[in-house]
Design a protein around this ligand. Structure first.
Ligand SMILES: [Zn+2]
Length: 187
């Protein structure tokens, strides 16, 4: 075992592994660029969806918003982060007043109150390992009626998941940007 393996507990590449198993520097760069483009695309989509929900009512009255922010791996005993959920929570923060939570079951707990309808949510952030951390936003009291379209199951995702253990494909599915965009924009 070399120093690298001792340090990280990883298997070193052995001579019998074909060279093309490992990504070239150009391929890694291309992969990162693709992820950045997907991330920016999704950020613009969510900003637009949140503006749309709030031009009619508020985000709370849209089941598809609730479905996406509600993805939380601790509900199923898995350990993953959902990039779509994480980004939507970040971008929706400006539509909430953030108060002190009475809970302390997460590394960070907050009570989020909708600025428009005063529905309440429990916000939490925790890390499960040095690789996986996630934030959640759990609806605790809904003060509005739903006006948005119903949700699909499996939950459509565009950015997807990263972690140690995942839900089955009966729970989530990866879709194209157009499909995801139509879903979030109530089409
Ligand atoms: Zn609301």
């Amino acid at each position: 075992m070399g120093f690298f393996s001792k340090l990280f507990g990883l298997k070193e590449p052995s001579a019998d592994v074909p060279a093309n198993t490992y990504l070239t520097e150009t391929a890694i760069k291309q992969k990162n660029e693709d992820s950045n483009i997907k991330f920016k695309q999704t950020k613009e989509l969510f900003i637009h969806s949140l503006e749309y929900y709030n031009s009619i009512n508020c985000q709370c009255s849209y089941p598809r918003f609730q479905q996406l922010i509600g993805i939380d791996c601790t509900n199923t005993g898995n350990s993953f982060k959902c990039y779509d959920t994480d980004l939507l929570i970040d971008l929706s923060a400006e539509y909430f007043n953030i108060e002190k939570s009475e809970l302390n079951d997460e590394n960070k707990n907050e009570k989020w109150v909708c600025k428009k309808c005063c529905s309440t949510y429990e916000y939490g952030w925790s890390d499960f390992s040095i690789y996986v951390e996630r934030q959640k936003l759990k609806l605790t009291k809904l003060n509005v009626a739903y006006v948005g379209k119903p949700v699909d199951k499996p939950v459509p995702l565009y950015l997807g998941l990263m972690g140690h253990s995942y839900p089955s494909n009966q729970e989530i599915k990866n879709v194209s940007f157009d499909e995801f965009s139509n879903y979030m924009n109530e089409k």
